[in-house]
Design a protein. Structure first.
Length: 118
């Protein structure tokens, strides 16, 4: 199961988080699997649990922020600056969330690869 989650995390990292901003939603299917299967994880797998929960929480936060951004994009008009300013703030929030998520994934993957080489 961890391999499936790590594949999804790697896919999000390599295909969706390389740019500061993207209008593509991140895959979060593994988060649902994680919640369902938490009770049957082996002890050594549970060590990864806090990282995985945090990463999937970040995926969801990025997707929510992106959804908010898309809503603002639909209502922006040339007559008012309010929605445009809000959209700029939403975009910057997405950039920050993506950057933080990318760092956490890299930290997790480094930890996992270090454990595999021992």
């Amino acid at each position: 199961m961890l391999n499936i989650l790590q594949d999804e995390i790697n896919n999000n990292l390599n295909n969706n988080l390389q740019n500061k901003f993207s209008s593509e939603y991140l895959s979060t299917l593994g988060g649902e699997v994680l919640r369902v299967k938490m009770g049957i994880l082996a002890t050594h797998q549970k060590e990864h649990l806090s990282y995985l929960i945090k990463i999937y929480g970040q995926f969801n936060n990025i997707n929510k922020a992106l959804s908010d951004y898309v809503k603002l994009e639909k209502i922006k008009t040339s007559r008012t600056m309010g929605p445009l300013l809000l959209q700029n703030e939403a975009r910057e929030k997405i950039v920050q969330l993506r950057s933080s998520c990318k760092k956490d994934i890299e930290k997790y993957l480094k930890k996992v690869s270090g454990q595999n080489s021992v």
